[in-house]
Design a protein around this ligand. Sequence first.
Ligand SMILES: CN[C@](CCCC[B-](O)(O)O)(CCN1CCCCC1)C(=O)O
Ligand SMILES: [Mn+2]
Ligand SMILES: [Mn+2]
Ligand SMILES: [Mn+2]
Length: 305
Amino acid sequence: RSVGIIGAPFSKGQPRRGVDRGPDAIRAAGLLHGLHEQGCAVKDYGNLTFEEPPDDEPVGRVKHVRAVGSANQRLSEAVQAVKLDGRVSLMLGGDHSLAIGSIHGHAAAVGQLAVVWVDAHADVNTPLTTPTGNIHGQSMSFLLHELHSKIPILPNFSWVKPCVSAKDLVYIGLRDLDPAEHYTLKLLGVKLFSMTEVDRLGVARVMEETCDYLCAKAKKPIHLSYDIDAIDPAVTPATGTPAVGGLSYREGLYIAEHLCQTGLLSGVDLVEVNPLRGRTKDDVRSTVSTAVDLLLACFGRLREG
Ligand SMILES: CN[C@](CCCC[B-](O)(O)O)(CCN1CCCCC1)C(=O)O
Ligand SMILES: [Mn+2]
Ligand SMILES: [Mn+2]
Ligand SMILES: [Mn+2]
């Protein structure tokens, strides 16, 4: 497998300091060494640098609009370039607002794609429904064709073209949604496996159904957007929006292993690792090493050796 790594040290999609340290923390925990060990051809494109637009006043309730829009435009271009290099793009966050640029750039390069969103949260508030104004909870709303008419014009966002159809999106791990998000997902008929379904069906069946559902019509390249807070906070506490009752380490790995073996994985995000949100060094170590293990599984590592 050929992998192109992009570091996106960005935090303005949410209010907590530290998530911009995610990319270097994940590298320092041995990501590249591990990928090389398992035979991947790896190119590290380094960390993007982001401008800080002055006077970035909220627009309505939405915070850091200009910074988020500008950062994601740059990320979109970078991901598109990695795809045109013929590699699987691996974006290291940074907060989950970065999925806007990552998925946009991926779709610009490959056309129609399927999205598997592994997260405690749906990140599908619109700028008009968000309870917090934090764009990391709104990312999908900018990308879905079906929500196009619900998105107001925002500064530095005019470049964003919706590029995902609701039928090509699957959520896994949901357990903390806002009312408007729940309503939207029901209205659009988005396929989702909340933690209730994970408990009821088991992760193997969830992945079987996910792949059957996404591959039913045509096989599309898959974009996996993995929010580390999908995993139970007992395993990955160093993150900004922890929610109890998450995926076990093993379930998280299985999801990555299964998607890898489809051979359709074309883009990956690993976001919301925040080294400042661990209470102890062990908290941070456990979070970052789990992130590395999930990524090694995305790119071919099997527990059977
Ligand atoms: C559930 N929606 C939240 C969290 C978004 C998390 C983003 B992610 O990238 O980490 O998944 C939270 C909104 N609630 C906060 C607590 C009070 C009720 C609203 C939001 O801010 O929209
Ligand atoms: Mn998220
Ligand atoms: Mn989340
Ligand atoms: Mn459209």
